[in-house]
Design a protein around this ligand. Sequence first.
Ligand SMILES: [Zn+2]
Length: 459
Amino acid sequence: MLRKRLFTVFLALLLSLALLVPAVSAAAPLPVKNVIFMIGDGMGIGAVQLARNALVGPDGRLVMETFPALGLATTFSADNAVTDSAAAGTALATGHKTKNGMVSVLPDGTTPVTTILEAAQKKGLATGLISTNTIYDATPAAFGAHWGTRGGSAEIAAQLLDHNIDVLLGGGSAYFFPAGVEDGVRKDGRNLATEAQAKGYAVVRDKDALAAVGGTKVLGLFHSSYMNYQKDRAFLGTSEPTLAQMAAKALAILSQSKNGFFVMIEGARIDHAAHAADLPGVIAEMKDFNDAVALARDFAAAHPDTLLVVTADHDTMGLSVTEPLDYALLKQVTVSPEFMAGKLEKDSAGVFTEGSIRQAFATYAGITDLTPQEVAAVQAQSKYPAYLVGYAIGSIIAARAHAGVVDPAVRALGHTGGHTGNMVPVYAMGPGASLFAGVLDNTQIPRRMAALLGVNLTE
Ligand SMILES: [Zn+2]
């Protein structure tokens, strides 16, 4: 503690000296020991504006908006003006463009490229990946695995473990257990949770176990698939940690590393809520993300050798805050559209009953005057999975709220389910933060991090 305080005094002295010699300090930022890279999946400018208006008011600021450096990043992929999360994750992890669907390999689909996490590991830094998605979904996968298709969950989960990443926290236990064990679906018989324990990991499955865990290696799996939407957790009575709780534990564990650390923290379900045109869900997921950013900001403020960068992988559904946007209606919605979809009942022909549709909208959205066309739009999805039924439900609520959002018919035409090519914001604080200001391409973000950490990515 005393040494820490002395170090802080020393740093303050150094800083004040640097202020006296501006020519020197401008050219030489403090060396970067730790990097915290936070990604709001699908967090376009519209999602940020919506969250600001709903959470802190139009004249307020989200935590990331108080950072000293602001940039805007282009996000196109190697084969599409509109990226998916795999190609975007690859760009943000490796500094290389690849095709949609590919995970940290070149567009040939097979040649792996070094990720910033691997480069940091090579230099002796501790590493971590955190997501509210499955831990092997596209964004975290791009930092800790290489695979030709984002759907290779079994392979990607195994690679994450083989990579000896110190902290892995998120959803996706299904691909860590073999079929027949817990909620496992692996066909190769491997039990990655047992293998992790043999490698020295503590394996935790709920927020209380996460809070209690110590040591230096932790695998936390809090759902068989995606972690639940923030709005649904109370209704489901789950014991999943918040993103801030996962971030707090990860920072406590990783900051024990003398050589520093690299961690990627993803608020993944902003994207999923946006796909469903679920503006109330976007607001709730943005609040969860903002709370985690606050925690990271406090850590970076207390550790001046920490670079904190917050960005998005792409925009989803081109959300915009229209003049007639009905915030009162948005507030009435208490669960995700997918949760509502799960409450619908089918008739003998396999079609959602009108009564159950009206009941769900009345109970969870306070909407009691559905038109026959709206009922029919939900019924038309009867044979599709709940998340797609949720798309229809979310779009009905969004239209009623006069939200600015990609039209369902336009969403159906694309391969990304409603992503757009809009630029995304980049916020940075800490040593070297100014390198993330201005108009950037997403591939420049990890390259600048690598330069500041003194590590090498594939050229
Ligand atoms: Zn998406």
